[in-house]
Design a protein around this ligand. Sequence first.
Ligand SMILES: Nc1nc2c(ncn2[C@@H]2O[C@H](COP(=O)(O)OP(=O)(O)OP(=O)(O)O)[C@@H](O)[C@H]2O)c(=O)[nH]1
Ligand SMILES: [Mg+2]
Length: 378
Amino acid sequence: MKIRRFVANNMQEALAKVKSVMGNDAIILQTRRFREGGLLGLFGHYMVEVTAAVDEEVRPPKPQANLSVPPVNTASAASKTGVEMDVKKEINELKALLGEMLDGLENRTATAVTYPKNFQRIYKILIENEVEEKLARKIISDALESITPSLWQDYDEVSRTVAKLIVEHIRTRPIVFKKGDEKKRIALVGPTGVGKTTTIAKLAAIFAILEKKRVALATVDTYRIAAVDQLKTYADIISVPLEVAYTPGELGDALKKHQDKDLILIDTAGRSPLNELQMTELKSFLEPCSEVEIFLVLGATTKYADLMETVMRFSQLPIKQLVFTKLDETQHYGSILNIVSKTRKAVAYITTGQNVPDDIEVPDPDKIAKLLLQVSKR
Ligand SMILES: Nc1nc2c(ncn2[C@@H]2O[C@H](COP(=O)(O)OP(=O)(O)OP(=O)(O)O)[C@@H](O)[C@H]2O)c(=O)[nH]1
Ligand SMILES: [Mg+2]
């Protein structure tokens, strides 16, 4: 880790210097305002000092053409004294800085960085809510940059700004019929047991009953009798047809048979993202159907690393949107933010329980941001 201090006339200038020398990954460790010039500390003007750090392997500082130091003329007593004083001053400043940083270290809990108070508090909440460390730092650094230092003491202002930055990461795109004659074919894919079939039942009920669309269901999950039965039960209750496709050809036939329908929802068998054979088979069903949009269903309770692995494996398919299930089973919504910011995919729906059709919502980015800024009840 490389640590450097930057002095400038104002915060914007100082942060611009940090960015240009240390890059976007730099972390602000410390900021301070001090009076320079004047007499006995009076009548000077304020300067801003920012101490920033960056992982050396991330981006080494660019060589600065104008930073070459003129050779010191050791023969000149006057200039030697000047240099000595400068060095002493520098050492004293570094000592003071080190002291402050060590204080910060003692106050630290699980976090590795110290930001100004309110930012540090919010950073900690984000980490507790399982926002990935790098993303949390980026959000906090962006917030530091966009709030004028005079408002840094205002917790609500900092929290509002961070919420706005979080919201920018979350795009939502539910199923919407823009034109009257628009047709949608949607397949839900995802790991075993995340809630694909239940979500299909919820969507079928909403569109068939509430939105009065013509809906059909199809399933390619034919490995277990129970899987077909589960969907058949929902299809009967909602009064929509269900097609069971044992081969890719049969899925094509089912889509053709129901070409008059506004919406066809296709259920698939839970696939272990680690099983290549299962993935290849799933691909063989969906690849020939170019009109089918694929939604990847992810459990909000799944560990971030496993979610990333799942997203990576399922990227063999053209994933259009994401669905997050089981939000009712977690208080830590960080993984949603982590995944959407990494994949840049929109979220179509979130589900919040087992009740069909009630427990499904179009995500509200403001609500997610608010939840992410709440102190965990754990
Ligand atoms: N708490 C909670 N449970 C849910 C939610 N969605 C689905 N479930 C439950 O999760 C379990 C599995 O749901 P399914 O819909 O069968 O999951 P699936 O992805 O189709 O499973 P496979 O077909 O076996 O891969 C069931 O007990 C559902 O009731 C949700 O939002 N919250
Ligand atoms: Mg299922």
